[in-house]
Design a protein around this ligand. Structure first.
Ligand code: HPA
Length: 267
């Protein structure tokens, strides 16, 4: 399976050699608009499954930011869509085998703190995997990564510091915190939101953790940013909707584009 993905990716990339992969979360697809000299291919043509969620278009884009080549996944695979977790491992490993060294993950998430409102950006410093799933389950290929990967610097501290510095220079407020993954697809109950805050999490969402585990396993350097699209259930009046997620993510994505553009130029 990995071999098929690798062949399809090599075929698409030809003589281009990006070292950074950017995964775009719900409503953040237009972050790829700033790429120059771009080319794209559908997931279908790559042999990837097609993403089933609105706001995730299912294509891979290669292009340049400054003089850096980057790959962008516009659309990701959520476990709540029914994909097996090792699909995510296989895809990340295929990217590693075609030369990707750095992973930048973005997502839309709910805030667990009333002082971090909708529209905020949060640098992910660490995560809590409450999904009950893991992309590394199954036989291990020791050539790809260790059976028991260390997660002590999963979100690379140096990269995080660099992004904080850029945010300061650009006068963009960048919160920092721990991202907690639930399987979804339902939004949380008010009791869950209270419990997750007590556990030490700052934001909750339904993605990112499998990609990060697979990337750390494969030896990639990871940077993660959450776009806060709402306060967690019970922390704000009204109900949670996917439409609100997409709207708020789209509003905040301009700030995030500025940050990541500068960050990628310095990679
Ligand atoms: N919970 C889980 N996932 C989310 C949320 C939320 O409140 N907002 C955006 N994605």
């Amino acid at each position: 399976m990995i071999e098929n993905y690798v062949n399809a990716l090599r075929n698409f990339l030809q003589s281009r050699h990006p070292e950074t992969l950017l995964i775009l979360g719900s409503g953040l697809g237009k972050l790829a608009d700033g790429l120059t000299d771009g080319a794209s291919i559908s997931y279908q043509e790559l042999g990837f499954p097609t993403s089933t969620v609105s706001g995730h278009s299912g294509k891979l884009i290669v292009g340049k930011i400054g003089d850096k080549e980057v790959l962008c996944m516009q659309g990701r695979f959520h476990l709540y869509e029914g994909y097996k977790p090792d699909l995510i491992k296989n895809i990340i490993c295929a990217f590693k085998l075609v030369g990707i060294k750095n992973l930048i993950v973005t997502n839309a998430s709910g805030s667990l703190r009333t002082d971090m409102p909708a529209g905020s950006l949060m640098l992910i410093r660490d995560h809590i995997n409450l999904s009950g799933k893991n992309p590394l389950i199954g036989a291990n290929d020791d050539n790809m990564g260790p059976r028991f990967p260390d997660m002590s610097n999963a979100y690379d501290a140096k990269s995080a510091e660099r992004l904080l510095k850029i945010a300061q220079e650009q006068k963009i407020k960048l919160f920092e915190g721990t991202y907690l993954m639930v399987l979804g697809p339902n939004f949380e109950t008010p009791a869950e939101v209270k419990a997750f805050a007590l556990l030490g999490a700052d934001a909750v969402g339904m993605s990112t953790v499998p990609e990060v585990i697979a990337a750390v396993y494969a030896g990639m350097k990871v940077l993660g940013v959450s776009v806060i699209t709402n306060l967690g259930t019970g922390l704000q009046a009204g109900i949670q909707t996917h439409a609100e997620t997409l709207q708020k993510a789209s509003e905040a994505s301009e700030k995030l584009s500025h940050l990541l553009e500068e960050y990628i130029k310095g990679e």
